[in-house]
Design a protein around this ligand. Structure first.
Ligand code: GTP
Ligand code: MG
Length: 151
């Protein structure tokens, strides 16, 4: 199955939303394969958001991401990259639907509590930026046959 990089940003961690956010991915049926709490340096945040370096909010965004603990995770499952973004909701919480993570739990675009990779290439790039290969855990879960119906 494919893998995606998901991070709870410093606002989500400070607001005590870790368990709430993890539970949404867990209950959906995705599998957690890597997790760690880190305070990224500003340099690292710039690497993570390198695609946005021409945007006016870039330096504020990097200052924010490096301002406190971030919960970095890799989640695995069929279609998890695209559907994970659906669970997260639109970038601007003013536009995210109720029922999504940002729709339910955030108010403004600069404090939208969670990051998710936006495609297969960025997922691979972000997973290797945030994790070393030995931090990615391969294991089979008993629930899989009930989630996917495989025998
Ligand atoms: P990420 O999952 O965090 O990458 O969000 P995204 O993919 O939904 O949006 P995008 O990659 O375009 O932007 C990255 C982050 O920059 C967003 O999550 C916002 O926190 C921030 N951002 C995007 N647009 C704006 C904006 O217009 N103003 C401000 N202040 N921040 C923005
Ligand atoms: Mg993005």
């Amino acid at each position: 199955f494919e893998r995606t990089f998901i991070a709870i940003k410093p606002d989500g961690v400070q607001r005590g939303l870790i368990a709430e956010i993890i539970s949404r991915f867990e209950r959906k049926g995705y599998k957690l394969v890597a997790i760690k709490l880190v305070i990224p340096t500003n340099d690292f945040a710039q690497k993570h958001y390198h695609d946005l370096k021409e945007r006016p909010f870039f330096s504020g965004l990097c200052d924010f991401l490096s301002s406190g603990p971030v919960l970095a995770m890799v989640w695995e499952g069929e279609g998890v990259i695209k559907y994970g973004r659906k669970l997260i909701g639109a970038t601007d919480p003013q536009k995210s639907e109720p029922g999504t993570i940002r729709g339910d739990l955030a108010v403004v675009v600069g404090r939208n509590i969670i990051h998710g990779s936006d495609g297969p290439e960025t997922a691979e790039e972000e997973i290797s930026l945030w994790f070393s290969p030995n931090e990615l855990i391969s294991y089979s879960s008993n629930a899989e046959k009930w989630i996917y119906g495989v025998n």
